[in-house]
Design a protein around this ligand. Structure first.
Ligand SMILES: Nc1ncnc2c1ncn2[C@@H]1O[C@H](COP(=O)(O)OP(=O)(O)OP(=O)(O)O)[C@@H](O)[C@H]1O
Ligand SMILES: [Mg+2]
Length: 333
């Protein structure tokens, strides 16, 4: 497959993160022992949330776009058109910090003030195989706040990624999305995924486990067979279904087409956020006019690049494009 030459779209992708987080990663000098004092050797703070990972992937592709510097936007029209805009509710001191961390990364945001305090998620690295994570719940966001936030979203392709904050029932949120005059892409799991499907999401992106859970909850036959489950969801709800399968790549069921893209082999450091990067790259490529299978290949490459660089949306645009050239895509019968 030739290397994709994917160029930017004029409209940004709107990465809506319903419950953004201030991520604090603490590195300890020794193994975590409950009930004892630990000294922190390194602290890293970053804007967190699945939509932020997605935005990082899109921004990386935009920054390395062969078509030119996207930061310049539509220069001759004097309009700045960023490739991606992070949207979501922000609250309190953590919210202000989130905003400045986002800006420091060069990411654009449409962030709405709500009352309370943006949640802090603490990730403890103590030398063991898996980090310890301590996540706060986040501020309550009521229906009126959502209406205000959704009303001021800029034009662009809307992707909603991640869990809902307290005070937001999945069905209420899905109904608000259904009222929007534009198609919505949703990366969610559990009741939020089912509510999004019911509300007519244009595309959903579960991983293998999330898809099996949804298929079981709906009483579908073969919930553990990703292709059968994705097809069943598509038949029932009409949504396109993009399933990420970790090192096995990704599957796309859309209309009568079923595509499987095989993941390239990489030395994995941390695959967290690979699904977010895949979705960001897929949408970016589609918006640039690429056919679904080429968008899928770019997505799979972005997921793999994130996994080998340490997760959290850490992709390099040029490396993703290069990796995409090695992704094998097949149309399933
Ligand atoms: N070990 C791996 N080797 C190569 N590619 C990988 C690996 N893990 C993930 N990927 C790529 O990243 C994509 C998304 O990964 P995964 O299925 O883990 O998504 P996810 O569980 O939704 O991730 P997250 O929710 O943390 O963003 C895969 O479809 C694949 O293309
Ligand atoms: Mg995921």
């Amino acid at each position: 497959m030739p290397r994709p030459t994917i160029q930017r779209s004029a409209r940004p992708i709107i990465a809506l993160t319903p419950n953004p987080a201030l991520d604090r990663t603490l590195t300890l000098g020794r193994g975590l022992e409950p009930g004892t004092l630990h000294r922190v050797t390194h602290v890293r703070e970053a804007a967190g949330g699945k939509g932020v990972n997605l935005a990082r992937a899109v921004a990386a592709l935009a920054a390395s776009d062969p078509a030119g510097d996207p930061a310049q936007g539509d220069a001759h029209a004097g309009v700045v058109a960023p490739g991606v805009v992070v949207a979501g509710p922000l609250a309190g001191f953590n919210g202000r910090k989130f905003r400045s961390l986002l800006e420091a990364e060069g990411l654009a945001g449409t962030l709405t003030e709500v009352t309370g305090e943006t949640r802090e998620c603490t990730i403890v690295l103590d030398g063991s195989a898996h980090p310890t994570e301590i996540n706060e719940a986040g501020p309550e966001v009521d229906e009126a706040a959502w209406r205000a936030l959704l009303a001021k979203l800029p034009e662009g392709r809307l992707a909603v990624s991640g869990s809902l904050p307290p005070g937001t029932p999945p069905a209420t949120f899905a109904a608000l999305l259904a009222d929007l005059p534009r198609p919505v892409v949703v990366d969610a799991h559990g009741p939020a995924l089912l509510a999004a499907l019911e509300a007519g999401a244009e595309l959903v992106k579960p991983n293998r486990r999330e898809l099996a859970e949804a298929a079981s909850a709906l009483g579908l036959t073969s919930p553990d067979d990703p292709l059968a489950a994705a097809e069943a969801l598509q038949r029932r709800y009409g949504a396109r279904v993009l399933v990420t399968l970790g090192e096995d790549g990704a599957l796309l069921v859309c209309g009568r087409e079923r595509w499987l893209a095989h993941a390239p082999r990489v030395d994995v450091v941390n695959p967290v956020g690979s699904g977010d990067c895949l979705l960001g790259a897929f949408l970016w490529a589609e918006d640039a006019g690429e056919p679904a299978e080429r968008a899928l290949a770019l997505g799979v490459a972005a997921g793999a690049d994130n996994a080998r660089r340490g997760g959290g949306g850490t992709v390099d645009g040029a490396a993703v494009r290069e990796l995409a050239g090695a992704v094998r895509t097949e149309r399933l019968p």
